[in-house]
Design a protein around this ligand. Structure first.
Ligand SMILES: [Zn+2]
Length: 231
């Protein structure tokens, strides 16, 4: 794990291909996601003496390795059943919902529900400081949109919801790839997903997956999605 300064009181914890975030507020600290490595809690406690609040953007396995280290896990209810199947920690779950406000002075986040990548994916919107923490939904990497629980139509709806606030963002911080994502990525992803839905774009077989999963690209946007069947 490697800590990197992003802006005042906001740090990322780099774990190779995935990252977590730490917001050190004046009276408490927020840990966003549990990564692929255990020991995250101890690592965070070395960075800050503030009481830690732990939150998941979603419950994919590359974001949940350290969940068992925290007494309480904030996540959207639509993520709970799946995580409970993998880790017997459901008695620690606490629900976060669309519109919830999380205050970690000087940061104030609003929870934005953005299903698609997973059913209960959320983003954290800092309106005043004009940034969004997007989980896997808007990144510089390739977003997974195949398999159980993922939905391209739901993802498109969520991207359109984010597009409505893109003009109020200076930057997006994603979980994979280089951390700073331009807000224009939202519209690039919309254009990509619309083309995939209409069957207008060809993907390239993704070597990392067996079977028919392809990588579709448009400008800076990329998704993994099943091969489109020929008419
Ligand atoms: Zn991920």
């Amino acid at each position: 794990m490697e800590i990197k300064h992003i802006q005042d009181h906001l740090m990322s914890v780099e774990e190779g291909y995935v990252r977590c975030f730490l917001i050190e507020g004046e009276t408490g600290a927020l840990v966003i996601d549990g990564g692929v490595e255990t020991g995250l809690r101890k690592f965070m406690e070395k960075q800050t003496s503030q009481k830690l609040t732990f939150l998941l953007t979603h419950s994919d396995p590359d974001h949940t390795a350290a969940c068992g280290e925290f007494e309480e896990i904030l996540l959207h209810p639509a993520e709970m059943a799946r995580l409970a199947r993998k880790q017997k920690i459901q008695n620690r779950f606490a629900a976060i919902q669309e519109g919830d406000l999380l205050d970690f002075e000087p940061y104030h986040f609003e929870v934005v529900l953005i299903p698609g990548h997973t059913p209960g994916s959320i983003a954290l919107w800092e309106k005043e400081k004009r940034f969004l923490i997007s989980g896997d939904s808007v990144t510089n990497a390739t977003t997974f949109l195949f398999g159980e629980g993922r939905s391209l139509p739901a993802y498109l709806c969520s991207l359109r919801k984010l597009a409505a606030i893109a003009g109020q963002l200076n930057v997006i911080y994603g979980s994979h790839g280089p951390v700073e994502v331009p807000p224009t990525r939202i519209n690039e992803l919309i254009a990509l997903c619309e083309r995939v839905e209409r069957g207008e774009i060809h993907g390239v077989p993704a070597e990392r997956f067996a079977g028919d999963i392809q990588e579709y690209r448009h400008q800076g946007a990329a998704i993994y999605y099943p091969a489109l069947t020929q008419e």
